[in-house]
Ligand binder design. Structure first.
Ligand code: SAM
Ligand code: SF4
Length: 458
């Protein structure tokens, strides 16, 4: 979502004459778009600001100027404290305020002209009543694979998570706006769209006409009808919001890719309850079973937190058991990080760092082995691959399989942005290497995926 937000900030700045710079050294304006989800992510911002302070001083000594802005969830959480702690910062604005970027820049210029010194930065961290989406310019091209934010914020209040505080209450964009943005993206060359939201399957946007609202399953069916759109994905989902209609969409829509990120966090019911996840481990298993019944080749990904306060050896063993039973194609796992202001930060029985590290290593060993086995199982198969970018080697392009695996293969550049059939030759932990299937297979894949081509064609 931060990638999407950064692209939209660039759209807002383009009419003011700004364009992306390769390095901070070459930039008049540096925007750090930040993440507050774990302490490490937040701390990185301050160390980066230290480097930028030196750059800003050098620029000033040479008679120039540089504007430093901090956006995103660290900005939202720290607010005025950030301007005090890092007086080199000119602007601090939260994720719901970035549509005001041109106005905020003008304010910085006015302050500077008035001779305001460091520490007098501009702050925008209110949650505005109006939606920022109504104030953003039409989204421009993003290439063959594009992001589209459809939902933001969260009302779930998991006890470890800052999102409800930094991104605010749940908000769903109207269906008509999403369809219009998707059509523009496809017209500009997108073949794949990933719908984004902190809690994307809680989507309930205003219907295009006649009142009421649509849930995600219905929205996906509408988007799947856009001509030229070959692939749809959505992330990130909550197990509680995986309704019947959405599960049915996985069975019906060839365009909906057979890969789903469905975080579970823990396999222990006691921990899930203390996390306020509102489901137990068996409820998660049942959702997975129903999804796999709808789409038998569905590959799953998840998020896990180890060392949540009070997590015992038995709780952690339950997580390992769940991972073994479900089987993941890919996953993200983290040590619990106490976030100020969240309920879990004040819980007793915080788990010692060494125990967290040990558990994380054990979990990652299991998840890595599952990922490698999943990748190896595709060797010898023919998979449709959407070619997205040049590879490191000359003559090589890189794309994604339906299951989100990175696939490297030799191909001419004019195939960038198209779907080709790739015969998988080798698999590593993080990527596959392949060769293009004979031309007729490539031509068939480029015409768009049919039901069989979306999955694995033997
Ligand atoms: N909405 C998604 C869900 O319900 O699963 C998760 C979105 S959250 C932005 C991304 C992931 O960061 C979470 O799934 C969780 O695993 C991890 N995370 C969030 N807060 C954390 C914390 N305090 N410590 C460690 N990991 C955390
Ligand atoms: Fe955070 Fe996801 Fe829980 Fe919302 S549902 S509070 S975003 S972990």
């Amino acid at each position: 979502m931060n990638v999407y937000d950064s692209l939209r900030m660039a759209d807002l700045l383009a009419p003011l004459g700004y364009r992306p710079a390769e390095t901070p050294e070459a930039a008049d304006l540096v925007v750090l778009n930040t993440c507050h989800i774990r302490e490490k992510a937040a701390e990185k911002v301050y160390s980066e600001l230290g480097r930028l302070r030196a750059l800003k001083r050098t620029r000033a000594a040479a008679g120039g100027s540089m504007t430093i802005a901090v956006a995103g969830c660290v900005a939202q959480a720290e607010g005025a404290e950030m301007l005090r702690r890092a007086p080199q910062v000119d602007m601090v604005f939260g994720p719901q305020s970035y549509h005001r970027l041109p106005e905020l820049l003008a304010q910085v210029a006015r302050n500077r002209a008035a001779g305001d010194g460091p520490g007098r930065g501009v702050l925008a961290t209110d949650f505005p009543v109006e939606s920022k989406f109504d104030h953003l310019p039409a989204a421009p091209a993003q290439g063959p694979s594009a992001f589209l934010s459809i939902q933001e914020g969260c009302d779930k209040f998991c006890t470890f998570c800052v999102v409800p505080y930094t991104r605010g209450a749940e908000y769903s964009r109207p269906v008509a706006d999403i369809v219009a943005e998707a059509e523009r993206l496809v017209a500009a060359g997108a073949r794949e769209i990933t719908l984004l939201g902190q809690n994307v399957n809680a989507y309930h946007g205003a219907a295009p006409a006649g009142g009421g609202s649509w849930r995600l399953g219905r929205l996906l069916r509408r988007l799947a009808a856009i001509e030229g759109l070959a692939r749809l994905r959505y992330t990130t989902s909550h197990p509680r919001d995986m309704d019947d209609d959405l599960i049915a969409a996985h069975a019906e829509l060839a365009t909906l890719m057979p890969y789903l990120h469905l975080p579970v966090q823990s396999g222990s019911d006691a921990v899930l309850s203390a996390m306020n996840r509102r489901h137990d481990a068996d409820a998660y298993r049942r959702v997975v079973d129903r999804l796999r019944a709808a789409r038998p080749d569905l590959a799953l990904s998840s998020d896990f937190i180890v060392g949540f306060p009070g997590e015992s050896d038995a709780d952690f063993a339950a997580t390992l058991r769940l991972v073994t039973e479900v089987g993941y194609a890919q996953a993200y796992s983290f040590k619990y990080s106490a976030r100020p202001g969240t309920p879990a930060a004040g819980l007793p029985d915080q788990v010692p760092e060494a125990v967290k590290a040990e558990r994380l290593a054990a979990l990652q060993q299991l998840l890595d082995a599952q990922q490698l086995a999943f990748n190896r199982a595709t060797v010898g198969r023919a998979l449709p691959v959407l070619l997205e970018r040049r590879g490191r080697r000359p003559g090589q392009l890189v794309g994604r399989s339906p299951y989100m695996q990175a696939v490297h293969l030799p191909a001419p550049e004019d195939l960038l942005g198209t779907l080709v059939t790739a015969e998988i030759e080798a698999a590593g932990p993080n990527s596959l290497s392949a060769r293009r299937a004979p031309d007729e297979a490539g031509a068939k894949a480029a015409a768009g995926p049919d039901r069989a081509a979306c999955g694995a064609v033997a």
